[in-house]
Design a protein around this ligand. Structure first.
Ligand code: HEC
Ligand code: HEC
Length: 122
């Protein structure tokens, strides 16, 4: 909960992001908490979205690519959406598919799913 409040207070928010970054770079530091290995995201009426979280940490390296949209907290995306601080499909469009599309456009061999049914499981 505190993380949400902090977002509205600039200096604290930066402090939070700083520590989130430190905590998030667990692979480099060792035993830090990297969060869940696999996360089942709520995809609304289109069906749940299995998300290989730690695999993305390994591929992307920079936690803040996602974590600047929402804090490192289970249920954070749903919570922010219910508070209308995140729009529906905002994470999907601004983070998930944006990155996958960009990697595909750049000609990278591994770019992640772009079609609805590759992410949303009914
Ligand atoms: C890379 C994975 C991915 C792909 C591809 C994808 N989605 Fe999503 N989608 C998500 C995630 C994650 C969420 C939940 C976060 C959010 O709302 O941004 C979501 C949320 C949604 C929601 C629920 C919004 C809400 O709050 O009610 C709908 C509807 C949806 N997607 C439709 C689609 C459709 C239609 C397509 C294909 C054109 C698609 N998605 C492709 C990952 C994906
Ligand atoms: C900054 C880039 C980036 C972002 C952001 C990102 N992905 Fe990916 N994703 C990738 C890449 C690269 C791969 C290909 C990895 C591979 O094939 O080894 C991938 C692969 C995947 C896969 C397929 C894994 C498999 O088993 O083949 C899924 C599912 C996925 N992403 C879902 C998501 C969802 C859902 C989000 C948003 C919550 C997301 N990704 C955000 C880069 C990204």
């Amino acid at each position: 909960m505190d993380a949400f409040k902090m977002r509205s207070i600039k200096p604290l928010s930066l402090t939070f992001l700083f520590f989130a970054l430190i905590l998030g770079s667990g692979s480099a530091v060792g035993a830090e908490n990297r969060g869940a290995k696999e996360i089942l995201l709520n995809g609304g009426t289109s069906g749940p979205v299995p998300f290989p979280h730690q695999r993305h940490q390994d591929i992307i390296g920079d936690c803040m690519i996602c974590q600047d949209l929402f804090p490192q907290q289970s249920g954070a995306i749903d919570e922010l959406k219910s508070q209308e601080k995140l729009a529906k499909k905002q994470v999907m469009n601004q983070s998930c598919t944006r990155c996958h599309r960009a990697k595909k456009a750049a000609g990278e061999a591994k770019y992640g799913p772009i079609a609805c049914s590759q992410c949303h499981r009914k």
